[in-house]
Design a protein around this ligand. Sequence first.
Ligand SMILES: Nc1ncnc2c1ncn2[C@@H]1O[C@H](COP(=O)(O)OP(=O)(O)OP(=O)(O)O)[C@@H](O)[C@H]1O
Ligand SMILES: [Mg+2]
Length: 259
Amino acid sequence: MAEPTTPALTIESVSRSFGAVHAVEDLSFSLPAGGLTCLIGPNGAGKSTLVHCIAGFLEPDEGHIRLGERDVTRWSAHRRALAGLGIVFQVMRAPQLDVLESTMIGCHAWTRAGFLEGVVRPPWQWREERRIREEALRALELVGLERRARDPADALPLGHLRLLSIARVLAQRPQVLLLDEPVAGLRAAEKRQLMHVFHDLRQAGLTMLLIEHDMQFVGSVADRVIVLDRGKLIADGTPAEVREDERVIGAYLGTAAAL
Ligand SMILES: Nc1ncnc2c1ncn2[C@@H]1O[C@H](COP(=O)(O)OP(=O)(O)OP(=O)(O)O)[C@@H](O)[C@H]1O
Ligand SMILES: [Mg+2]
């Protein structure tokens, strides 16, 4: 019999309140390695709170978060990032660097020297910088931005800026990637481009958890959908299954979001 493999990410009875508001209440689920899971739910369902707990920006009141076998519940966000957790922020300020340099910053997670550190470097640092450059270029290729490598980052349109923020996190070599509404504000063509990127990343074996409101996008990229409502998990299945789920339909009824 095959050995059961450890999930890439495990959420174990996680709760987090703000005063009297139970933003996340006794949530448990795990993500096996590989695959793209979307986290959906009406406004105020607790999606961002959960993702912030996973990222290490918020401490859960109760429960555990595991990255592979490691219990990271009390780890800083930085330590989690070094351990393979990548987070793509929705708002990324364009740095005054070119696209390649902006991506190279992500590599500091695994470099010996730290990027942009010194002007006088020993030979091994130059070799390392070449490796960083190659790896950053590979990350840009993954998101289809390699031809913009020498363009200033602050001249990119929103869709490309979003791709750049993903490339930078990919340069960290994450095993698990968290994204909060990655297609919000993007045009149809940019969404399609991101759809292809997620498809390629899935093929590459990355484990992804996305908060997403756009159900059409969810239907086209997700293997699995987890639905939260008022801090609780109310459905967990394929996009088609959750769309038909009575509790999910009930939770969205009367909200502005479309299922
Ligand atoms: N820092 C905070 N202080 C107080 N209450 C908070 C805080 N963060 C979230 N909440 C409350 O916790 C609940 C869950 O909020 P959360 O932002 O996690 O929901 P969400 O599912 O991400 O919603 P949205 O779809 O609007 O982004 C809400 O009732 C919210 O008002
Ligand atoms: Mg939110």
